[in-house]
Design a protein around this ligand. Sequence first.
Ligand SMILES: NC(=O)c1ccc[n+]([C@@H]2O[C@H](COP(=O)([O-])OP(=O)(O)OC[C@H]3O[C@@H](n4cnc5c(N)ncnc54)[C@H](OP(=O)(O)O)[C@@H]3O)[C@@H](O)[C@H]2O)c1
Length: 239
Amino acid sequence: MTETIKGSVVLITGATGAIAQALISGLVARGAAKIYAAARDVSSLAALPGLVPVKMDVTSDDEVAKAAALATDVTLLINNAGVNRNTAFMLAPDLAFAREEIEANYLAPLRVTRAFAPALIKNHGAVLNLLTILARVNLPFMGSYCASKAAALSLTQGLRGELVPKGVRVVAALPGAVDTRMTAMLTIPKMAPAEAAAEILDGFEAGEEEIYVGDMARGLAQGLAHDPKAIERQLASPG
Ligand SMILES: NC(=O)c1ccc[n+]([C@@H]2O[C@H](COP(=O)([O-])OP(=O)(O)OC[C@H]3O[C@@H](n4cnc5c(N)ncnc54)[C@H](OP(=O)(O)O)[C@@H]3O)[C@@H](O)[C@H]2O)c1
């Protein structure tokens, strides 16, 4: 099962995003042999040696199937694409945002992993899912995002049960706040994307199954281990 980045063939979804861009730089620096950079719009992807742009909307069965047919040499699938509508359950006008988040954050990594599983099994590869520490406890002002990531955490556990016996490693990264477009409206301390990417790749290469990224994520994980109700209450009334 893939543990080292050197020589790996990676496909990363949502490759135009800030964490994805930092991961791509880190993967190149650590000696990845080839990186399929999958995005809805590939026109802005920088030309790098070994980088293969792939047009892929993760909500499209057709585009995901085409990408999987093309990239049969993948050894590491990174499910990074994600959506956060930053909306509370009761303040959302209807279910549209919640549906969009579930589509992008839960059903899409399920779709993409199903499509790439034959290659990953053949290549003894790995799946790395970009979750969040908020998959483990709800932050009500972005409640439906947290629910979609909780579903993705359960997906990750289920995939591990199914794919590890077939020789595929399944890893989750659970960052705290990272300074990207997704968190632009938050004024709390945020990690730089490069710092988050380095911790994710370090954890992956260290063989971890759940990588807590940054002090915020590690602190909340520790709190959840000791007093989960206190953490739930803390997030329900932040500040
Ligand atoms: N920022 C944080 O604090 C934080 C913390 C924990 C976890 N995360 C997770 O980290 C991942 C990356 O987020 P980020 O912070 O780097 O945000 P970002 O800069 O907004 O990147 C999100 C990426 O996902 C892509 N995407 C969204 N829907 C897609 C679709 N249907 N098909 C293909 N790509 C799609 C976006 O593509 P477009 O450019 O086409 O919109 C964008 O490239 C997400 O899964 C997020 O939930 C972020």
